[in-house]
Design a protein around this ligand. Structure first.
Ligand code: GCU
Length: 600
């Protein structure tokens, strides 16, 4: 008994010493939380001239909501007779504005959205306004009080409104601006639609005075560490995993941690994996607050060129996905049904892995993928050439990273954090991404870190591809995009191309593929036959690569992109999906499905 206690204690202290306090960008939200959804029809006013912001004599400059918030121009919008929300049309929230209104299809700029909230105070409670995501930057006001701003279109943020709310009717106004900017993240140029608006849930969350702000789970295969952060005071905390007969106390604390040994027979967990996505209820109690969440216990690491899931090599049978629903008129996914439809197609393909490109997708997507048994690659939109030397750009990118990790750090499904996609090889980029990678490891040492890199072709030897990005020294994977048979020659050349790839790390092809218009047949580009051949040839070529550990072909579904105008074929869709925007399976779908079923 004594020895066990001692080793347990030393273990606990060691854990305490090793674990540096996460930067805690989490606001714990599970179905067990008490909240009011603010979904529905919101009035909106389009403001291309930012009239609600600019005074007529103001010197014009690049709109930064932070700038205007500090100058209390909010009242302005409410005092203008021309700005009458009650008379204004409505948009369904959550939902981007581009797919809801012909007039807003291409719109990039400012839009004001207003929703009335009927509120009744309960003594001893606090209230937070929680936004799942707003693209791209926004300023939020309640009853004419500016709560704050946020930048970054794909991660959650929240404001405490306990003292701003009034009994009865309240007016919530959100100014959203999705204008692109050279120093933003992403920057001016990217290959997806710049869907603007309040694209994910808005909730009014009610919590006790002292509440569980967040918790972080770390599992090393035999013991789990649960660190809990409270907000509003210090109280004793209990952590339970009832099915494993675990009940641990953390003495009075505002942020404490407990170590749980899971080696005994009675509490040896079933490990989470795609073939057995076992989830356990975890119950955390602190004073009057009580939260139940679902967790999976698994380990992920690399060993040489193998990716080990729960200590066993795993091959990533993947597909890449954009956050866009299956529909004749697609837009950002805005419901559980939307994300489920995408995941069911991936399941039908035989996938066990999904690359969520190129930005954090919704929490619904991540939690459902976890329930359905998908391993996930999550990424922040440092996409192509961003402003590497700008401190503001770095702070923005890091903030999006911490918000993504803060939201999904407890998800067993997420195994890879990616800090970038197809970025130019130059020193300032390496420094920028190097800092992000270091931050990721400090924030979460339990997952793999990588980026979607590129290959180059050997100038002296035709059809010789070389992968030697300096970034590989900093990442856990050699993951890169390649488009043999599409941007590079034709599919047949896959038989000829030779590769030089460093050894010693798992190789993951984060993108390959080619376009096809569903229903178009023949042998030339954009026919289904061409795409199918390209898939066959690429799969043959890639499976011969030394260290190959998986891939996520580009892409599951045709998706909107303003960079793809080819009339009659693309019609503003990137046509590299193996299904089209309405879900029609192309021939390549069956080539990939066949391959994955044969390589289960
Ligand atoms: C790039 C990029 C994708 C893009 C794809 C394409 O590799 O990462 O965002 O859509 O290629 O060209 O279709």
């Amino acid at each position: 008994m004594k020895n066990f206690f001692l080793s347990f204690l030393t273990g606990l202290l060691a854990l305490a010493a090793s674990a540096q306090e996460p930067a805690a960008k989490g606001f714990l939200l599970t179905d067990s939380r008490d909240y009011q959804s603010l979904s529905g029809q919101w009035n909106y006013i389009v403001d291309p001239m930012d009239t609600g912001i600019y005074k007529y004599h103001m010197t014009l400059q690049k709109p930064s909501v932070r700038y205007f918030a500090d100058r209390h121009f909010f009242q302005e919008i409410n005092s203008r007779i021309e700005y009458d929300f009650d008379k204004a049309p409505t948009l369904r929230i959550p939902g981007d504005w581009n797919s809801q209104s012909e007039r807003l299809y291409y719109y990039e700029g400012g839009v004001w959205l207003r929703r009335k909230i009927d509120f009744h105070r309960i003594p001893g409670r606090r209230w937070f306004l929680y936004f799942g995501a707003v693209n791209y930057q926004c300023m939020v006001g309640l009853n004419n009080t500016i709560l704050g701003t946020h930048k970054g279109g794909f991660t959650p943020f929240w404001f405490e409104v306990t003292d701003v709310l009034r009994e009865g009717e309240n007016s919530l106004v959100v100014y959203v601006n999705n204008a692109r900017g050279v120093s933003e993240v992403p920057t001016l140029n990217y290959d997806w639609w710049n869907y603007g608006g309040i694209t994910r849930d808005v909730l009014l969350v009610s919590v006790p005075e002292v509440f569980i702000k967040d918790y972080r789970l770390r599992f090393d295969g035999s013991s789990a560490e649960v660190s809990v952060t409270l907000d509003g005071g210090s109280v004793p905390v209990t952590v339970e995993i009832p099915e494993l007969k675990i009940k641990e106390m953390i003495p009075e604390t505002s942020s404490g941690m407990t170590g749980i040994s899971l080696t005994k027979k009675k509490n040896k967990p079933e490990l989470w994996s795609p073939s057995n996505p076992k989830l356990y209820d975890i119950v955390i109690t602190a004073g009057e607050d009580r939260i139940t969440d679902k967790i999976g216990l698994r380990t992920i690491r690399t060993e040489g060129d193998k990716i080990l899931l729960n200590g066993t090599p795993v091959f990533l049978r993947g597909i890449s996905i954009h956050d866009e629903n299956i529909s004749a008129n697609p837009g950002r996914c805005r419901s559980e049904e939307d994300v489920k439809a995408l995941l069911e197609v991936a399941k039908e393909l035989g996938c066990n892995f999904i690359r969520l490109a190129h930005y954090p997708h919704s929490e619904q997507m991540v939690r459902l993928a976890e329930q359905m048994g998908f391993l996930l690659w999550e990424e922040i939109p440092c996409y192509w050439n961003i402003d590497w030397t700008s401190e503001e750009t770095y702070a923005n990118a890091e903030n999006q990273l911490l918000e993504m990790i803060g939201r999904d750090a407890n998800r067993a499904a997420t195994i890879i954090w990616s800090v970038a996609n197809e970025t130019p090889r130059k020193p300032e980029r390496l420094a920028f991404l190097g800092k992000l990678i270091a931050k990721t490891r400090a924030e979460d040492p339990t997952r793999l870190v990588s980026a979607a890199m590129e290959k180059k072709y050997d100038k002296n030897q035709k059809y010789h591809a070389i992968v030697d990005d300096e970034l590989i020294a900093l990442t856990d994977l050699i993951s890169f995009n390649q488009y043999a048979g599409w941007y590079d020659w034709t599919p047949e050349y896959c038989d000829t191309i030779t590769w030089t790839i460093p050894a010693g790390k798992p190789v993951v092809i984060s993108e390959f593929g080619g376009g096809a218009r569903y229903g178009m047949h023949g042998s030339e580009k954009f026919t289904e036959e061409y795409q199918a051949l390209l898939y066959r040839k690429n799969l043959e070529m890639l499976m011969k690569l030394p260290g190959i550990a998986g891939f996520s072909p580009w892409i599951l579904k045709d998706f909107r992109s303003p960079k793809r105008p080819l009339t009659g074929i693309q019609d503003e869709f990137n046509r590299k999906g193996v299904i089209d925007e309405q879900g029609h399976r192309k021939q390549a779908f069956y080539v990939l499905q066949d391959f994955y079923h044969k390589n289960q």
